[in-house]
Design a protein around this ligand. Structure first.
Ligand code: PGA
Length: 220
């Protein structure tokens, strides 16, 4: 059985102190969760990656890390950028092309191609976001997260039937990618998505910020 991914996208939230609080709750509550068939990934901001890695090791947690973004360039004179090699010290995964990156930072498909090339070179697993069934799935993207912009952070998720339709459409052209859904998933609605054919997991924003809520999601 393929394990379902539960990816916590913390976006631009949390200080190191707040991350410690999250992990302190997670480490006790996770013992009560049936984790068979589930894989947990946390995508914190860059500033928290080092400490999150240390906490995962310290508590021996079944949790992997993702970066929320990487530089489209290799290491070099690119002030303010964090490159794939640096991310790979901490993370196994990287999210590329999230709607918020496209909207607020004007990322283009060409940027995505460069980021994917950089990520592939260091062996990061790429989670590429698309907004609808027509979104370009770039070569090298092993995981595709379907996130309709209207569903992100709005409390108004896409219907499971429509998610299923989009998954089929993405899979028809890209038979080797795993597909995730993201957009207003919360402990109250996750059940209605679990049965979707082809679903390989979730990308979760708001409902992943509090450890208790994230645990409820894992309990489905
Ligand atoms: P949301 O965010 O769960 O808060 O809607 C999902 C995402 O943007 O990854």
């Amino acid at each position: 059985m393929n394990k379902k991914l539960y990816i916590a996208n913390w976006k631009s939230h949390k200080t190191n102190e707040e991350a410690i609080t999250f992990f302190n709750i997670l480490k006790t509550e996770i013992e009560k969760v049936d984790l068979s068939g589930k894989k947990i990934v946390i995508a914190p901001p860059f500033t928290l990656l080092s400490q999150c890695r240390d906490l995962i090791e310290k508590y021996n947690l079944p949790v992997k890390l993702a970066a929320q973004n990487i530089s489209p360039f290799p290491q070099g004179a690119y002030t303010g950028e964090v490159n794939a090699r640096q991310v790979a010290e901490f993370a196994e995964y990287v999210i590329i092309g999230h709607s918020e990156r496209r909207k607020y930072f004007h990322e283009t498909e060409a940027d995505l191609e460069n980021k994917i090339r950089e990520a592939e070179e260091v062996g990061l697993t790429i989670i590429q976001c698309v907004q609808d069934e027509n979104g370009i799935v770039h070569k090298g993207a092993g995981i595709v997260a379907y996130e309709p912009p209207s569903a992100i952070g709005s409390g108004d998720p896409d219907d499971p039937e429509h998610v299923s339709y989009v998954f089929k459409s993405i899979s028809a052209d890209n038979s080797d990618v795993s597909v995730l859904y993201g957009g207003s998933i919360n402990p109250g609605n996750i059940k209605s998505y679990l049965g979707i054919e082809k679903l390989s997991g979730f990308l979760i924003g708001g409902a992943s910020l509090e450890a208790d809520s994230f645990i409820s999601l894992l309990n489905g």
